[in-house]
Ligand binder design. Sequence first.
Ligand code: 13P
Length: 246
Amino acid sequence: MSKKIYLYGNWKMNMTAAETKKFFDEFAGVYKPASDLEVGVFSPFTSLWALAEGAKKCGVVFGAQNAYYEAKGAFTGEVSIPMLAEIGVTHVILGHSERRHIFGEPDEMIAKKVKAVLDAGMIPVLCYGETLEEREGGNTFKVMERQLKSALEGLKPEEVAKIIYAYEPVWAIGTGKSATSEQAQEVCEWSRKLIGDPKVVILYGGSVKGSNAKELLSMKDIDGALVGGASLKPGSFLEIYTAYKN
Ligand code: 13P
């Protein structure tokens, strides 16, 4: 039996509510559900209602790109996990490199968010990965070990198992220059050992598109893709799965 493929789209700060509706009108016409495919879409907060409606109609998973760990209170500009639950959100991306590097989110904050999302019965999509400088300095594994260990510290094995992991080398994000399938496989295999659970789901993210999907997704320890740019159009998004299958 072929492995199950997770095709998750991180829309980042793109797609208004109206654009989200349009996306799903088109997506509904081209998407063919398959038993070995799980599609997920992660939109900005303001588009979540439209996303929920479209995603439910098409039978795909949907989620947010961030959440704060406190349930409510004086945290101007933040959105809490119960607020997301009200819309039906089941998955939350946490620790994306843009949160870490542009907004300065430290490991400790990401760890608190992971725990809070798990406590709410939702699934964190935990991103981690090294910058070009860290890779060139020979620090790839040291950096990722710090990122992963701090996020998983104190969690029960069943919580660790519930998390979806996404290896995203920062130098491959939005650059058009994906990691080679060997580089991505090496890190995903190493991650699985560090996490200590052979069955966890590990995605690769960074310039995934139809033209490189087959080689990346065919690797043993890569269970799917977290896709940025190519997820903004139903055609280029779904092409990743069809390219892998063909
Ligand atoms: P791109 O696919 O645009 O490189 O973005 C990857 C990413 O950051 C997904 O979270």
